[in-house]
Structures are given as C-alpha cells and as structure tokens.
Design a protein around this ligand. Structure first.
Ligand code: DGY
Length: 303
C-alpha cells in the first residue's frame, strides 16, 4: 500500500494496480486550480504539470512512454522525479502500426464500407485490386524499442526493412539509410521517433515529396513529427496513402482527411489494449511505490 503519499491522478487509470494506491484523488487537471501542499505524487497522461501549484510534489508518474508535454527540466530543477512506461507498450504499438499498414495497403476500410453499403453485387474476380504488402520495402524511422518490434514483425511478412535514425547501429533488423534515401526507397514508411525539438516537423513538405508514388506513411508516434498541412495536401492529391493514429492537435483531425479513401484514421490507440494499458498502470504504480519506500524510481526519464 502507498501510505503517506497523497497522489493526484488525472483519471482512473485502467487495471487492478491502480487500487494499490492508498490515498488517491481522481480528477481532471483543470480542477487543480489552487495551490495544493498535500499532493506528493501526480499521475498524468502526457499532460503539462502545474508545478507552481504543487510545492511538495516528489514524482510525476507519466502513463505512457512519450512525455513531450511534461517540462522535465523544470521538474528536475525542483527535484521532482519524472517517470514513464517504456517497454510494456512496444508490442501493442507495433501491432497497430502493422494493422494500419495492412488496412491501407489492402484497402480494408474502403472494402468494409463497400460491403456495408450493399455495393458488392458482382463476382469477386471483378473487384478493384490493391497493392500487396508482402515483398514490399518498409522504411522504419527510429529503430528503438517500438521500431525494432515493427522490424521483427516485418520478417513474417517477407518485407525488406530499411531504417533511419541519428546513430547507425549494428543490427540484423534492417539496412541503414540516411533519412532522405529511406523515404525515396520505401513502399511503406513507419514513424517511431519520440517528439523532441529535433523531430518536430521532421517529415516536412520537402521530405513528403521524396516518397514514392503510391507509398504509405504510417504514424503511431506523434502528429507533430509530420507537417500536417503538407501531409493533407499530399494525401488530397492521391499520390500517397496513410494510416494515422496521431495528429498534431488531438483530438482535432483535419476535416479534409475525413473524406479521403486513401487514409485510415484511428484515435491514438497504439497502446490501447487491456493487457498493455494495465501493464502501464502497473509500472506507474510501481514507480510511485518505489518513491514511497525511498527507493530509486524504476523508469525515470531525463537521466
Ligand atoms: C505513449 O505512450 O506515449 C503513447 O502515445 C500512448 O500510448
């Protein structure tokens, strides 16, 4: 039990581990509108931390691997530990990246709508033809934990894997390419870098133009990594297709995308399986428990 540490959680996070919190207040962050000197632990889902209102805060336990909306330097300056949930969501996110690749490449959403609208009246042998996934070239941008999980899944689909990242690594998972070369050489491109000042807008109009005609861009990382307006223009032209789980201004999705048949859209569900979300809560709670015991946090960020 986490006795003695008052925790503020911005929602009830899924899974049984959450019930191990002894003294937890569940409320949206907007309700934290006056100083609270009782709160020592804060659980957020990549939300900005109102440090000024929490003078006795000791830990921000982020539910998620990405922490781009948390000012880690400001927390460190106040001796507030920040933790995240790496590792436990790799499989679910890699699965979704693959689901999007397959859905876009095989036009599954379009086909589903066709059946539901009673459009299917002729022989199967006369239908439209999609592009095959097997045998394609997949470019992975960011061969970290999730990118590597995507590369391992790619083997089962006989994909040729290229990867780009700041540092070239010695790996069997794929062949290194400079980013621009990877974009020009891939049939499918999947993004797996964190959002940082260096990666914001990384895939800009110039780089989108490098993609091959008919290429598929999959984003399960962060919307801000791509110039969203430039992406909308490329997609509206029909030159490329995309599977998008993340957007620059969530939960807003550019209206132009809603009508396009060459885009599959999901609402930031990369880690949204029961098993993964429960494991994320487990790690959040374990980090809080470690601080309570006076132990080092399990998964601190920011070194
Ligand atoms: C994360 O963990 O950063 C995701 O965006 C949510 O799964």
């Amino acid at each position: 039990m986490l006795a003695g540490v008052k925790v503020f959680a911005t929602r009830r996070y899924p899974g049984p581990a959450f019930d191990e919190l002894d003294d937890v207040e569940v409320a949206p962050l907007v309700q934290l509108d006056a100083p609270r000197d009782d709160v020592e632990g804060l659980i957020v889902a990549n939300e900005p931390v109102p440090l000024d209102l929490l003078p006795r805060l000791r830990i921000v336990a982020n539910f998620g691997v990405g922490f781009d909306r948390i000012d880690v330097a400001a927390c460190a300056a106040r001796d507030v530990v920040v933790t995240n949930t790496p590792g436990v969501l790799d499989a679910a996110t890699a699965d979704l990246a693959f689901a999007l690749m397959m859905a876009v490449r095989r036009e599954i959403v379009v086909a589903d709508r066709f059946v539901r609208s009673a459009g299917w009246s002729g022989s199967w042998s006369e239908g439209g033809l999609a592009e095959e996934l097997s045998g394609s070239t997949l470019g992975i941008i960011g061969l970290g934990r999730i990118g590597s999980a995507v590369a391992r899944r790619a083997r089962g689909f006989d994909l040729r894997v290229l990867y780009a990242q700041r540092r070239r690594t010695d790996t069997e998972l794929g062949e290194f390419r400079e980013l621009d070369e990877l974009l020009a050489e891939s049939d499918l491109v999947s993004l797996h870098v964190p959002l940082t000042p260096e990666t914001e807008g990384l895939i800009d109009a110039r780089r989108l133009a490098l993609l091959r005609d008919g290429a598929v861009l999959v984003n399960t990382a962060r919307g801000e990594i791509v110039d969203e307006q430039a992406l909308v223009s490329e997609l509206a032209s029909g030159r490329i297709s995309a599977g998008l789980d993340v957007f620059a201004h969530e939960p807003e999705v550019p209206a132009e995308l809603l009508e396009l048949p060459n885009v599959v859209l999901t609402p930031h569900i990369g880690s949204a399986t029961r098993q993964t979300r429960e494991a994320m809560t487990r790690l959040v709670v374990d980090n809080l428990l470690a601080i309570e015991r006076g132990d080092p946090p399990l998964t601190p960020v920011g070194g």
